[in-house]
Design a protein around this ligand. Structure first.
Ligand code: 13P
Ligand code: ZN
Ligand code: NA
Length: 271
């Protein structure tokens, strides 16, 4: 099933799909293990820096082969694409979905850049996500955020034809100093203003009840990155401290398992 159809199905059921960033073979395996165990569909996301790190062809082939080998229903998605050129490269390489993030541009520029990507993606039947408003990036304070306005959201989706919309409702990338206060009323208004599926960025560090509340008020895709990196590195550091093993294939499994446990807990929460 195409991602846009799956997300609409989930929207109708009031459920959300987890979108997990992966960084290497081990984080990918950890995620796929969890999706297989829980029998949940999953979105495998790559940021530009992960694509640069792994290599575009290698990244997409790794993810595609992984989905097949683990028998998991999943989609490969470009996270925070910063230009139509990058989105086109990913579409050409076989991504199912791309995000174009022109959230720092003016509304009109965001409309025009997003429209360009929607047009490019149509040829591939691919799903497109854009961001409206501004979700604070890693290391930025909440003060940088700009809440999404419901009227803007409906106009933006109409003008661009975008499938999904990342909304700024109080979440932020990375961990939080204080637990976030998601604006559920605002989310509800945005949901009523548009048929696009709504995406929550900054999933790490959001308490479980709040995540569920966001889902019940219209969030259909939840992005998770920082908790995966953090869990992986904590487990790896622990393992490294107690071993002088040089067979790296014996060193990574604990980190992989820790990612599996993390993702399983998130998937079970959302199921
Ligand atoms: P976190 O790093 O807070 O989980 O945010 C992930 C994200 O939004 C990726 O696009
Ligand atoms: Zn994000
Ligand atoms: Na976060």
């Amino acid at each position: 099933m195409k991602l846009q159809e799956k997300l609409q199905e989930y929207r109708g059921r009031g459920k959300a799909i987890l979108a997990t960033n992966f960084y290497n073979l081990e984080t990918l395996e950890g995620i796929l293990n969890a999706a297989r165990e829980v029998k949940a569909p999953i979105i495998l996301q790559l940021s530009k820096s992960s694509i640069d790190y792994i290599g575009l062809e290698m990244a997409v082939n790794m993810a595609r082969s992984g989905l097949k080998e683990y028998n998991v229903e999943g989609w490969i998605h470009l996270d925070h694409g910063d230009s139509p050129e990058l989105a086109r490269r990913c579409l050409k390489a076989g991504f199912d979905s791309v995000m174009i993030d022109a959230s720092e541009k003016s509304f009109d520029e965001n409309v025009s850049i997003t429209s360009e990507v929607v047009e490019a993606a149509r040829k591939y039947g691919a799903h497109v996500e854009a961001e409206l408003g501004y979700v604070a990036k890693l290391g930025q304070s909440q003060g940088n955020q700009v809440f999404t306005q419901p009227e803007d959201a409906s106009g933006f989706v109409r003008m661009t034809g975008v499938d999904s919309l990342a909304v700024a409702i109080g979440s932020a990338h990375g961990f939080y100093k204080d637990p976030p206060n998601l604006q559920i009323d605002l989310l509800e208004k945005i949901r009523q203003a548009t048929n696009a599926t709504l995406v929550l960025h900054g999933g790490s560090g959001i308490p479980e009840e709040m995540l569920l509340k966001a889902v019940s008020h219209g969030i259909t895709k939840i992005n998770l990155a920082t908790e995966i990196k953090d869990t992986y590195m904590r487990a790896l550091r622990q393992q490294m401290e107690k071993t002088s093993e040089i067979d790296l294939r014996k060193v990574f499994p604990l980190a992989v398992t820790s990612v599996t446990e993390l993702i399983k807990s998130k998937l079970l929460l959302l199921t």
